[in-house]
Write a protein that binds this ligand. Structure first.
Ligand code: HEM
Length: 423
């Protein structure tokens, strides 16, 4: 445990540094103290208000009029964009316009209309065989070795290959998608240095040009994929989406859709290793109902979208703290999911909880995750096949406990070296 993380247990609550990289990696102790002692806490360094209890996070997510998702103007595309070199790079790309995640109703609803159908549970039914085949193919690449680094061999490629197919891009382009996702996530992490920001800007512009070329192809010749729907749809005589709007939505689908599911799949496997009694429950009853319990409890504990930004549109009073108009706050979904008042013994991984459906890993209200049904399908199918084909999961010889990356918004492991027996 790092010194900074150890200090959280004893220091006065106002001395906690929530954006310290060590705390971002290991936020659980801080989350507990903030929930107990400072449910609305202003970080003295960033000025961000941290809202940590379940009922408060729900209140924020449901009240989009007071808690806006519109953060930035078109030019504030990324952290550090005041740097002239970064500005020069961004000029060669497209303007970053607010759409779903970064927009409020009614515009946000308008953007959702273009894609909600494509991600609905019924549209996803036809995708199940693809997810099953892909899960089996990925497992085939390592099952005979009896060990693997699970994040890179399964956690990352499963959702990434699914989204590549949904966007109608060739699977050989996976390394590009991986690079672009990392650029967007790096930008969000608020931990990049000058060089890192510049490289991320270049990668993001490369992503934009790649997709504008694909979008033009789909305008000329529509195919049966989300990209064709996105560029060709128009509702009630409205204008179709512009290139910049499509790019903003595509980047959100890419970022929100990949790292999150990868993180939950990987942490799920770790939770099975760490909790043999719960793993036994699944061995005794590997029914779809139990796998679905596993997925919901993994989502609750892992909560990869740990914090989401909001901006106050008026002065708000919460728990005796005055939050001025135009303040930035974090609705802390991961902390909400670990609130003992909502989930008794919340730190414990328990498949038989009677309120698994209350977990808020996918958010709540108008911004409720577009990809929730897709992600649930990937996790249900992925875990079922993993449990069908392998057993006796454990950390690989010599591997240490997994570590998490330092990111203000997304929480996930940097890797997981496992060993297992082939069934
Ligand atoms: C375990 C997997 C996932 C988790 C934990 C997750 C989490 C979330 C959360 C918490 C929100 C709400 C954000 C807010 O209130 O500001 C959200 C929104 C969103 N998610 Fe996900 N997500 C996951 C998978 C996906 C997938 C697979 C996709 C796309 C294919 C996706 C696309 C989106 C989009 C576009 C939004 C914005 C919706 C809007 O603002 O209208 N997510 N997600």
């Amino acid at each position: 445990m790092s010194d900074e993380v150890a200090r959280v247990a004893t220091c006065p609550v106002h001395e906690i540094s929530p954006m310290h990289p060590d705390i971002l990696k290991s936020p659980w102790g801080m989350n507990r103290r903030l929930r107990d002692e400072a449910p609305v806490f202003q970080d003295p360094n960033s000025g961000i208000f941290f809202v940590s209890r379940y009922e408060d996070v729900i209140q924020i997510a449901k009240d989009h009029q007071t808690f806006s998702s519109r953060m930035m103007g078109p030019t504030r595309a990324m952290a550090g964009s005041e740097d002239p070199e970064v500005i020069e790079v961004l000029k060669s790309g497209y303007e970053n316009v607010p759409t779903m995640l970064t927009e409020d109703p009614p515009n946000q609803r308008r953007y959702r209309k273009f894609v909600d159908g494509a991600f609905s549970p019924s549209s996803l039914k036809s995708l199940e065989p693809f997810i099953e085949n892909l899960s089996n193919e990925l497992i085939d690449t390592f099952i005979d070795k009896g060990e693997c680094e699970f994040l890179s061999k399964f956690g990352v490629p499963l959702p990434l290959r699914v989204i590549i197919s949904q966007l109608g891009a060739p699977q050989e382009d996976l390394p590009l998608f991986r690079k672009w996702t990392e650029a967007f996530i790096g930008n969000l992490s608020q931990q990049l240095d000058k060089e890192g920001i510049l490289q991320a800007a270049k990668d993001m512009v490369e992503f934009q040009h790649y997709f504008v070329a694909r979008m033009n192809e789909r305008r000329a010749e529509p195919a049966d994929d989300i990209l064709s729907k996105l560029v060709n749809a128009s509702f009630d005589g409205e204008q179709p989406l512009t290139d910049a709007e499509c790019l903003s939505m595509l980047s959100q689908i890419l970022v929100a859709g990949n790292e999150t599911t990868s993180a939950s799949l990987t942490e799920g496997l770790w939770l099975l290793i760490e909790n043999p009694d719960q793993y036994q429950l699944l061995k005794d009853d590997p029914s779809p109902e139990m796998i679905s319990r596993l997925v919901e409890e993994v989502l609750r504990i892992s909560s990869p979208s740990s914090n989401m930004f909001r901006r106050t549109t008026r002065e708000v009073e919460m728990h005796g703290v005055t939050i001025p108009e135009n303040s930035i706050l974090f609705a802390r979904f991961a902390s909400a999911n670990h609130d003992d008042n909502q989930f008794p013994e919340a730190a414990k991984f328990k498949l038989m909880r009677n309120n698994l459906k209350d977990q808020v890993a996918f958010g709540k209200g108008v911004h409720h995750c577009l990809g929730a049904a897709l992600s649930r399908r990937e996790m249900n199918i992925g875990f079922k096949i993993i449990l069908d084909r392998m057993e006796n999961f454990r950390l690989a010889d010599g591997a240490s406990d997994p570590e998490f990356s330092a990111n203000a918004l997304l929480h996930g492991m940097t890797g997981l070296n496992i060993a297992f027996d082939k069934k």
